[in-house]
Design a protein around this ligand. Sequence first.
Ligand code: ADP
Length: 483
Amino acid sequence: MKVLIGTSEIAPYSKTGGLADMTAALGKYLGAAGVRVGVVTPLYSGILERDVAIHSTERLMKVQLGSGIEEGRIYECEASDNLTIYFVDHQHFYRRGGIYGEADMSYPDNAQRFLFLSKVILELSRQLPWRPDLVHLHDWQVAMFPVLLQNERQAGRYLLPPKTLLTIHNLAFQGIFSPDLLRWANLPWTYFHFQGLEYYGQLNFLKAGIVYADYLNTVSPSYADEILTRDHGCGLEGALNERSERLIGILNGVDYAEWKTTDNPYLEYSFSPGKLSGKAKEKQRLQRDLGLEVDPQIPLFGNISRLVEQKGIALMAEALRQGLLHSMQFVLLGSGEKDLEAVVVDLAESFPGRVHIRIGYDVAWSHRIEAACDFYLMPSLYEPCGLNQLYSMRYGTIPIVHAVGGLSDSVIDETQDADRATGIKFEEFTSAAVLEGIFRALELFGDADRLQAYRRRAMAVDYSWSAVAQSYLDYYRRILEAR
Ligand code: ADP
């Protein structure tokens, strides 16, 4: 099987969130399973400098963008077995300070930037000597691909077109633009209607993908159900319900080659389910390095996230103000919206020596915090999959989660199954519910044997990518076999 993946992010080259981890792992593990895989992604600033294996090629993609022709040179890198990454170079579109914008402002030409990417993917899918059977698109940035392909096919310019699959990583980001930007797509206005690209008078890239892709999926089974409802459908529940028979959920996996508790370059101590002393030492090291009181008897809670409303940061801070009246510590690593940064910095100022806030994005610290903490708080309003609860479990750090989306699918609460419990779940999206979760954690912390059992079970849970890649392979087969 031959699959071309289109994405605006791929780790470690470009990343703003879980999408980058997912596309990197998907490519790698599909390749390892014997699939011929190509990934098409922009060559952003700094990428060439970080990997000498990326080299320029003779491939120059010329695509029509509005009334002009834009050119993108393809750079290539053989990333792993059967996996080639095709980086699209376009000085003006991609060699910038950010991926989607700078200083909290989206770039005003994002529609053009990502239509260009979608058109290059189309061109490449046509020109590659190994013709992809299927093009797997990720999120709104490349969601116009299926309609561009359909238009080419109908015009007789694309014989034997590949099948298309669109993965929705977060329905809240849709790529909504003024309808006059449709001219950059060079599509006829006949596509601009209620059952096509139109969305409340605007042009909606994600909706285009939902309507025109052959098949759809999201990154957890629960989220696949939730987005069909008014509460979580972000205005697209109608379009999604039309296609619900072609929509499934596949939970993301973890790249355990990176998220590991032994031989981890970011950790000083190794640990395993049978030998947790290294985890205690990581906790001690973190407490010391962050200026928290060094004491194994004080439960340490953590959170690593983008500081945005979705992650329930304000709710969490409110609950922590109560929780911190008891013996506990809290450490947070994150960056994002300024008002939420202020909320957590304020919390640290109220509890000196007990709360540490690290504003920024830092992979090394994210591993250290996951390893050191006793509990991981994840009170997201919604969570398509969520990765940190999966990392937490592998690191023996008990997740406390709002029971939605991928959090609901991956964490088992005692009330569901006492013998298999791996974390703490709460149902309501309120600070009182988060606080209740914190109290349950404090109680668990007070019972060393029970805590140990939770940790061992959580660490033994297997969300490896090889199994996830197999699920995608099964789905690809189903798609290719369908008429
Ligand atoms: P989302 O994609 O909504 O941001 P996920 O949980 O799916 O949420 O993925 C977030 C990813 O980004 C995880 O790998 C997480 O560790 C990482 N991450 C988020 N914020 C930071 C940060 N400040 N520093 C380091 N890694 C971070």
